[in-house]
Design a protein around this ligand. Structure first.
Ligand SMILES: [Zn+2]
Length: 271
């Protein structure tokens, strides 16, 4: 049986990031260009939006803070177990953060899959389906356990409902890249270099992750094997440099066509 792909009618952008001056309106414009029939809504913080509306409201803030503190990764070589008891100061910190009194701690890595599980429990049922796509820009550093590497890997994006896009994670990769370029220059005399400034690079990477997240919602597969497609999963430093050299994030012809076909179907359903 052929699978029916559906473009979400609603796309929500949450901005929990305060470390970087990114231009949210450019993301709305960017997404609207690809998904003209979807309603795109901007909401400030996912947690501050959903906690008062969830069944966990009021006195349960401490419980959410406790669970968030449980997702902190203290040693990247050890896979975290769900029964870890966090330190009281870690819970206090998360509670202060939820109340808007603290910034995210630098260098603390959170277990992304477990953060997504906590976030997804806060949704109202009517917004918890594939017709509603939730994208959260966060400045938490996110880690995902690598079975082969036997350690947590820092990620720029982790797909789920909601999908988390880590601004800190992307900046971390960009810093690693800069070090890699400098070392290469010293060793080899020259290297292929990204031409954009850091904010531009960040913006373009976030746009690529947003489209990956949309394709994850629509088809279950966020990635493409074409290096020139913004769904390409950049695994190596060279891939990231290649991605940077592109002026603007864009889809390959195959994915462009897929979107166009889906939009034709969506427009027939709408009228
Ligand atoms: Zn593609």
């Amino acid at each position: 049986m052929k699978t029916e792909f559906i473009i979400p009618s609603f796309i929500y952008l949450y901005d929990e990031n305060i470390i970087s001056e990114i231009d949210i309106s450019s993301f709305v414009e960017f997404l609207q260009k690809y998904f003209p029939f979807s309603i795109i809504r901007f909401r400030k913080s996912f947690l501050n939006y959903w906690i008062p509306r969830s069944k966990w409201k009021g006195g349960n803030l401490t419980k959410i803070a406790f669970r968030l503190a449980q997702t902190r990764i203290n040693q990247i070589e050890i896979q975290k177990v769900t029964t870890t008891i966090p330190l009281p100061e870690e819970v206090d910190f998360e509670q202060s953060f939820l109340l808007g009194n603290k910034r995210n701690p630098k260098r603390v890595i959170y277990d992304a899959c477990r953060v997504i599980a906590i976030y997804s429990e806060l949704f109202d049922r009517e917004e918890l389906n594939l017709d509603h796509c939730h994208l959260v820009l966060t400045d938490r550093l996110l880690g995902v356990w690598g079975k082969e590497e036997r350690r947590y890997q820092i990620k720029g994006v982790v797909f789920g409902n909601p999908t988390l896009i880590s601004i800190s994670g992307i900046l971390e990769r960009l810093s690693q890249l800069k070090r890699f370029e400098e070392e290469n220059e010293q060793n080899m005399g020259r290297t292929e270099r990204g031409s954009c400034d850091k904010t531009e690079q960040l913006q373009e990477i976030v746009k690529g992750h947003m489209l990956q997240a949309l394709f994850y919602y629509i088809t279950g597969n966020p990635f493409c094997s074409n290096r020139n497609c913004c769904l390409f999963e950049d695994r190596s430093q060279e891939d990231i440099i290649h991605a940077q050299l592109k002026v603007e994030s864009d889809l390959c012809p195959f994915h462009h066509q897929m979107i166009e076909d889906l939009l034709v179907k969506t427009s027939f359903q709408a009228f």
